[in-house]
Design a protein around this ligand. Structure first.
Ligand code: CO
Length: 158
């Protein structure tokens, strides 16, 4: 099922998400819907709070494999990479963001199994972008002040 993606400045995007405790059918349905919605909109990542569900879950798919992350925690990061990021909550916007190039993420899969993944490059960027969503942090919060100011103003005017 396709879900409606909240767009900036919807206040839900600034909320902190809560950990997932129930790994039952409703979580699986949410993950499936996140995947379908992300693919329908040609995104490479989508987090639950972006569809109005403030729980710690997101999906990423760079085209080679679907990744599902529940209750993620980035435990190591290093290096630096600048990438032109977009976000389904900011249609049409692309901004260059600098982030660590390598991350190690601990998380649970949809069956609550604990897993660890080492990621680099675009996958690491996408993971960090989505983890930020779970904390109510948006990619425009990570760009220089003046660009952020004008970008926010443009979106607020709609
Ligand atoms: Co986003």
């Amino acid at each position: 099922m396709l879900l409606k993606v909240l767009t900036y400045p919807h206040p839900g995007l600034k909320e902190r998400s809560v950990p997932v405790v129930d790994f039952g059918p409703s979580l699986h349905e949410l993950l499936d819907n996140l995947r379908d919605t992300m693919r329908d909109l040609n995104g490479i990542g989508l987090a639950a709070p972006q569809v109005g569900k403030p729980v710690k879950a997101f999906v990423v798919d760079l085209g080679e494999q679907l990744h599902e992350f529940i209750n993620p925690e980035i435990v190591e990061k290093s290096g630096r990479i600048s990438f032109d990021e977009g976000c389904l909550s900011f249609p049409g916007l692309s901004e260059t963001v600098a982030r660590p190039k390598f991350v190690t993420i601990r998380y649970q899969d949809r069956h609550a199994i604990k897993r660890t993944l080492e990621a680099q490059g675009l996958l690491a960027v996408a993971i960090q972008h989505e983890v930020d969503h779970l904390e109510g942090v948006l990619f425009i919060d990570r760009i220089p002040f003046l660009r952020r100011f004008f970008t926010k103003r443009k979106f607020r005017k709609g």
